[in-house]
Design a protein around this ligand. Structure first.
Ligand code: 1GP
Length: 250
């Protein structure tokens, strides 16, 4: 079953080759700030807004941020939850994700069991996602009790991704951790891409045109950036990243 947001993403990837998504962390943005980020990111060419990744934002603040973004832009707003508390009725869709390299069953399937009825009640479109934390892993790695896949074992990342595909995930996300010093290396992206037939999302620590170009050339279908939109130069930073994606060598 493929919903309208997923169809939109697949269509964009098909027509543009690789696309960009902007991640807004509700913990770091007020509703007006989030709406400004979304407007500027959209005018620079971002394809969708993801909201989440925060450890401590309250449900009412999350609702406020999403409503502000929805009032401002017409592109899809997709939840990127780190727990059941990351679900809001105001979004369009949710990455229904399992952290494939967590050692805690809660992050593999426990939170999903608790969240599924809420997703249904709110009529959110669930998009099945295999989430893999690699490299230094950052906060997401600690919170999700992951054993991050080291950068020097790309074949291990590929095995995780293929398992995700065989389990029925529609997308795979290679996560270096927000603000990672080193984004996912091209060898790892290439190894994963060679193994899977579903779209590959890459994020964590991508801050420059060159890094976006490297990730997209290695096979990332979607590049996510979060940190770079938290300062004032949203428009120029997102434009720079998107220029990098569009100049990729496929
Ligand atoms: C984090 O992959 C995302 O979950 C984005 O990372 O904040 O470093 O851009 P950055």
């Amino acid at each position: 079953m493929v919903g309208s947001v997923e169809r939109y993403l697949l269509g964009k990837i098909e027509s543009e080759g690789a696309i960009h998504m902007t991640l807004i962390d509700p913990e770091k943005a007020t509703p007006p700030h989030a709406s400004r980020i979304a407007r500027k990111a959209l005018s620079s060419g971002t394809s969708a807004i993801m909201v989440g990744g925060s450890t401590f934002a309250s449900a009412s603040h999350l609702d406020g941020v999403i409503r502000a973004v929805k009032r401002t832009v017409k592109i899809p707003v997709i939840l990127f939850p780190n727990n059941v508390t990351g679900i809001s009725r105001h979004a369009d869709a949710i990455w229904f994700m399992s952290l494939l390299n967590s050692v805690d069953p809660y992050f593999l399937v426990g939170a999903q069991v608790l969240g599924a009825p809420i997703v249904k009640k709110y009529r959110l479109e669930p998009i099945p996602l295999g989430y893999i934390i690699v490299g230094e892993g950052g906060t997401a790695g600690v919170v999700g009790k992951a054993i991050p896949v080291p950068y020097n074992t790309p074949e291990l990342a590929a095995a995780h991704a293929l398992a995700g595909q065989y389990l029925g995930m529609h997308f795979i996300y290679l996560e270096a951790g927000s603000g990672a010093k080193k984004p996912v290396p091209s060898e790892m992206i290439r190894a994963v891409k060679r193994y899977i037939d579903i779209p590959l999302i890459v994020g964590g620590g991508i801050k420059s045109r060159r890094q976006a170009l490297v990730a997209a050339s290695a096979g990332a279908d979607i590049i996510v950036t979060g940190n770079i939109v938290e300062n004032t130069a949203v428009k120029s930073k997102v434009s720079e990243i998107i220029k990098g994606i569009r100049s990729r060598r496929a």
